[in-house]
Ligand binder design. Structure first.
Ligand code: ADE
Length: 422
């Protein structure tokens, strides 16, 4: 390592990684340490412009310990998940030379150098939107760039998996499968890209972030309890998922929205059925989640074909996938009819992400929402009660690309002079 005597240099890498939503759910580990699942899962990667983590990793001989700041607050790196990622990347680190800065780091030096990590999520971290998937994928990707790790993306995905299971799927854009693998050491439990984000770019996604004050069961403990107590989990993993995976892969390949939507909804509902089948039962969805399911099911039934798919992770938020912008606009009209913004909330803070969809839906103002007619399928069937305040906000987005290195130093989250978050 050169520059050792004048301990002033800092080398950095900054990356941005998307989050993802599973359409075939990951629920249950067969190995808790290595984070190995009991079944394959499939996800779509969400547009990083709307849902992503940005992470800067910096190294300097002046750093005295590994440190991390998440959204500006220092957090402990002592947890096994961060340690797994740091250890596995350091193991694969190579020589690095930055001629301009006069820095040479040799492979073996990496074990004696500490890193500073600053990460920022462009969406609320505690909103139940898989921030740890984006976060661990980004951490692994940025560390791999900094340390000149040359391994294939599949191998990086298996390192990200050891931070947070679903993070392995955020290593790619588009449609992604996490193959459960069979090897006891987890070496074949990796993510594989099924199709790029451009493959089916008509799809449009609307996320309803549901207001919830309830403390949820963490996914880690929830899935452990399901593995221990739910007979349905075993049946699903062994009997249901293998054929569903084949069918949804076919639907993705053929742009078959009806099949894609049918399987997506069925798999989300079965996952939540497993939660109910767990002792004691786990409730991730709430009344608002159930109202959204009813709204979509009623609409789908009245049309006779599937207009929209819904899926819910371990929380009450709804992720809805529409086949195109027009269908997404019709969905938004329905959602805003039942869940208008609370008084004094302006539309720009209620609808986040790709706001152009509001124009498509003819809803550029709160007055436009107030004037919305009830959806035709609701006529005379249910009282047209409204639920203002039950949804915090909506995010309108698309399918997105995988992790990217941000080469512009101005985008770094760490100050290149003092090595601390900007
Ligand atoms: N957990 C939630 N968000 C994260 C991030 N951006 N980086 C690492 N871990 C996270």
């Amino acid at each position: 390592m050169t520059g050792e005597s004048e301990k002033s240099w800092i080398l950095m890498a900054t990356a941005r990684s998307p989050t993802n939503i599973a359409v075939i759910k990951y629920w249950g580990k067969r190995d808790e340490e290595l984070i190995l699942p009991v079944n394959d899962s499939i996800s779509v990667t969400l547009d990083p412009d709307h849902l992503s983590a940005t992470t800067t990793v910096a190294v300097s001989p002046s750093f005295e310990q590994d440190r991390m700041w998440l959204n500006g607050k220092e957090i402990s790196l002592s947890g096994g998940r961060y340690q797994n990622c740091l250890r596995e990347i350091r193991k694969r680190a190579r020589d690095v030379e930055d001629e301009k800065k006069g820095i040479r780091i040799q492979k073996d030096d990496w074990n004696n150098l500490h890193v500073h990590i600053a990460s920022y999520n462009n969406f609320p971290t505690a909103a139940g939107l898989a921030s740890s998937a984006a976060g661990f994928a980004c951490l692994v990707f940025a560390l791999a760039k900094l340390m000149n790790v040359k391994e294939e993306y599949g191998e990086l995905s298996s390192i990200a998996r050891q931070g947070s299971g679903s993070a392995c799927r955020s290593i790619y854009g588009g449609f992604v499968k996490w193959a459960m693998g069979n090897n006891p050491d987890g070496s074949d439990s990796i993510a594989i890209q099924l199709a790029e984000e451009t493959h089916w770019n008509d799809l449009f996604i609307v996320i309803a972030v549901v207001s919830s004050k309830q403390k949820e069961t963490s996914s880690t403990s929830g899935m452990r309890e399901s593995v221990q107590t739910s007979a349905l989990l075993k049946y699903r993993a062994e009997t249901v998922v293998p054929s569903r995976v084949l069918k949804i892969e076919e639907a993705i390949r053929d742009h078959d929205f009806a099949s894609f939507a049918r399987i997506t909804c069925a798999d989300s509902n079965q996952f939540h059925a497993i939660c109910l089948d767990t002792t004691p039962p786990i409730f991730y969805m709430n009344d608002t989640s159930h109202r959204i399911i009813s709204l979509v099911e009623r609409w789908n039934q009245s049309e006779g074909t599937l207009q929209v798919a819904y899926t819910f992770d371990a929380g009450p938020n709804a992720v809805m996938i529409a086949p195109n912008r027009q269908a997404a606009a019709l969905l938004l009209q329905r959602l805003l009819f039942y869940f208008p913004p609370p008084q004094d909330t302006d539309l720009t803070s209620y609808i986040l992400g790709d706001k152009s969809i509001l124009q498509e839906a003819g809803l550029q103002s709160v007055e436009g929402i107030e004037a919305l007619a009830p959806p035709p399928e609701s006529k005379d069937k249910v009282p047209r009660k409204k639920f203002a305040g039950d949804i915090s906000y909506f995010i309108c987005t698309r399918i997105g690309s995988g992790p990217k290195l941000l080469a512009d130093e101005n985008q770094a989250l760490i100050d290149p002079v003092n090595g601390l978050p900007k």
